[in-house]
Design a protein around this ligand. Structure first.
Ligand code: ZN
Ligand code: ZN
Ligand code: ZN
Ligand code: ZN
Length: 330
């Protein structure tokens, strides 16, 4: 048995890292799709104020951080739903207000506070208590289950909000749900990755996976794998290298992303010369065939087994989940 597994705190840290690596990319995939990659970062800022209130008042920081993050998440979606240009400024005020309040409150909280601040901002594996692990496990279960169940709907909304609204989906409710899931993920991740870096673990594994994976489903699977490998691997490495876990995890994710970028560049050039049709497809898609449809440029994609199928000549193509095109200004 490796030396580090004989320590209770390392066992807890590795469990927490596994949970974070699993949950963060699952939520992040929809944020990437909706071009909201930095929302997690903003929620991390606000959560610091929550942590500080917890430290200051002698309550569990995880609980107070959760309250702040969820409240901020709901507020963000309400501001976005109203579509005002001033919304951008409102969010900036909220995010920087959060981190400023956090820093000030923690500095007034007494002994040991500065060290505390670092551990929340950048993650500190040794600070995960066994209560934390249970709370994180419960929250991670909620995140993973909710995301999985709502996956088709979140996907449709992220892909084309106007179209989803037109088909009668409760877009605002779904957006708020996603924002709240993001908030919960931020809080679950704060011990392992830290509030300033968590957004990277939601976004970068998905960026790497979308380079490699074809369908939404395979990209999601791959993103979760990359997330788990980099967060568990990062905690493992940080123990031996004596580095902060959050930074180590994020550097590992970015390394995977860079390898994927270079690798797919080479493969794409080779593949561009040969077109690959999907010949094994049996089902004939059409109006009322029962599969949800998604508008995609000048044609319609059918959602089928977590993939997007589009008619092409005498066969069905699998259309990749690429980041949405330029969004209209609202
Ligand atoms: Zn084709
Ligand atoms: Zn069909
Ligand atoms: Zn298409
Ligand atoms: Zn199909």
């Amino acid at each position: 048995m490796p030396e580090l597994l004989s320590y209770d705190f390392m066992q807890r840290a590795l469990i927490a890292a596994f949970l974070v690596g699993l949950a963060a990319p699952m939520v992040g995939i929809f944020l990437v799709q909706r071009r909201l990659s930095l929302i997690g970062d903003g929620l991390g800022h606000v959560s610091l104020a929550g942590v500080a209130v917890g430290v200051f008042t002698g309550n569990q920081p995880v609980g107070t951080a959760l309250i702040f993050a969820v409240a901020a998440a709901v507020l963000i979606e309400l501001v976005r739903a109203r579509g005002r240009t001033s919304g951008d400024v409102a969010l900036a005020v909220m995010f920087y207000g959060g981190i400023a309040l956090g820093v000030v409150l923690i500095s007034r909280a007494g002994s040991g506070a500065p060290a505390n601040l670092d551990s929340y901002l950048f993650g500190a594996i040794t600070t995960t208590s066994s209560t934390d692990v249970w709370v994180f496990a419960a929250l991670a279960a909620v995140i993973v289950t909710t995301t999985w169940v709502l996956r088709p709907r979140l996907f449709a909304v992220a892909n084309d909000e106007e179209y989803a609204r037109a088909t009668g989906m409760r877009v605002t409710a779904l957006n708020i749900t996603l924002a709240v899931l993001t908030a919960v993920t931020v809080v679950v991740s704060m011990r392992v990755v830290g509030l300033l870096l968590i957004s990277a673990l939601m976004i970068v594994p998905n960026a790497a996976a979308q380079l490699l994976g074809g369908s939404f489903r395979s990209a999601l699977r791959l993103a979760v794998l990359i997330g788990v490998v980099s967060s568990v691997g990062g905690v493992w490495t940080s123990y031996y290298a004596d580095t902060p876990s959050g930074g180590t995890i994020v550097l590992l994710t970015i390394a995977i992303f860079l390898v994927a970028t270079i690798g797919t560049g080479v493969v794409a050039r080779a593949r561009a010369r040969s077109h690959e049709g999907k010949d094994e497809h049996q089902h004939e898609h059409g109006t009322g065939c029962g599969h949800p449809t998604i508008r995609h440029g000048d044609h319609v994609d059918y959602l089928h087994d977590g993939e997007r199928h589009a008619a092409h000549a005498d066969h069905w193509d699998e259309h990749h989940v690429v980041p949405a095109g330029p969004k209209e200004e609202r």
